[in-house]
Design a protein around this ligand. Structure first.
Ligand code: 5GP
Ligand code: ZN
Length: 111
């Protein structure tokens, strides 16, 4: 398996887990860009937002349902949710993931 996030799901690569259930996993980003920076991913290998379909998109709703709960546990109410779709947009890991950034003022527009 050459997908680093699938390897994290499988437990082959350690991660600082924040939340896990049957269909999603949340863990701290190894290279945090803000005081709070975690990732939420589906356990199903979906390469990017471009690969979402009517059949698999339900997990995105579950991710968005779960993000506020994790944020609350971390003590933040203001945060940014980021999805980089495609390499020109900054996607480096080709397994759908949402970044949650918080704990500092976040500039807009992003770079
Ligand atoms: P992307 O650039 O694809 O939107 O985001 C990928 C993110 O995954 C980056 O923020 C990067 O720091 C994070 N990342 C890459 N490899 C690992 C890893 O092995 N463990 C963790 N926790 N995060 C990783
Ligand atoms: Zn994967």
């Amino acid at each position: 398996m050459d997908c680093i996030f699938c390897r994290i799901i499988a437990g082959e690569i350690p991660s600082a887990k924040l939340y896990e259930d049957d269909s999603i996993l949340a863990f701290k980003d190894v290279s945090p860009q803000a005081p709070v920076h975690f990732l939420v991913i589906p356990k199903e290998h979906i390469p990017s937002a471009n690969a979402l379909t009517a059949e698999n998109v339900g997990v995105v709703a579950h991710i968005f349902e779960t993000i506020p709960k994790i944020a609350a546990q971390l003590g933040v109410t203001d945060y940014r949710i980021v999805n980089n779709c495609g390499e020109a947009a900054g996607q480096t890991v080709h397994h759908l993931h949402f970044h949650i950034l918080a704990g500092r003022n976040l500039g807009w527009p992003p770079g």
